[in-house]
Design a protein around this ligand. Sequence first.
Ligand code: MTE
Length: 291
Amino acid sequence: MQVTPWNTYQNRREFLNKMIKIGAIASIAPSQLIIAKNNRHFLSQTPIKSAQNYNNYYEFSTNKEAVMHLANSFSISPWSISIEGEVKNPLTLSLSDILDLESVERVYPLRCVEGWSMVIPWKGIELRKILNQARVKTTAKYVKFVGTYRPEEMFNQRRKILPWPYTEGLRIDEAMHPLTILATGMYDETLSKQNGAPIRLVVPWKYGFKSIKAIQKIIVQKEKPKTSWNMQIPSEYGFYANVNPSVAHPRWSQSREVRIGELRKRPTNPFNGFKNEVSHMYKNLDLELNF
Ligand code: MTE
């Protein structure tokens, strides 16, 4: 079967969206956007309702259906993000500064470490755009992402279920990869609070817990950052967390996944389907040890 390469597809979708915006062609219903990414797997979008009422956001609740209600009163305006550490030009960007940057639209599968997945159309900016604006020093090796600490609004932060604020990290090359985005919208809407408004990370080849919500600080650093899940249970949640069907979680297999809305499990793809785009970054790494 002849299949459209991923980059061509993405460029084509961005082009189509531009054409739709300027009225050059009629709008295409999202359900018609069936994407051939490789010859076995097709991405059809998860209904927006499922993406908005089945959420992992431990600051609010460990009950996926409760998150949307509890996040409702979280205050997201005004908002700014600081970019600091090993950079020549430290920045504080308001949300509107970020919304002014060149945006991208990406349809990515989100594979949770728990064994379920969704396909979500995101809108955002490539993270490398703001890292380049901050002028990363050559001494930089990692990037740390710090979430929000507001126990008066995020009630679960009064409990010690995770080290707060929620913190994540990437290696600098992962952070600079064009697939890594900061999302501000999904399904052609502003990002909902339960999905990480006003701004969250999306790293599509890694388990969903790397994609931290409600980011406040991005710190470029020399040292590998300590991350919330890894600190909490290091034997179960590694720093890399690349989607890998051949490395089982200590308590369950990762070889298959349930796509939300489907009945039968489907096989999990290495790097969540982005092997061609990202595997070169790990060629000198033992992916079983560095899970
Ligand atoms: N970010 C924060 N701040 N807090 C969280 O609990 N959960 C992570 C990730 N980002 C989480 C977070 C996990 S485990 C997953 S699977 C995804 O968010 C879920 O994203 P979604 O609710 O948009 O589907």
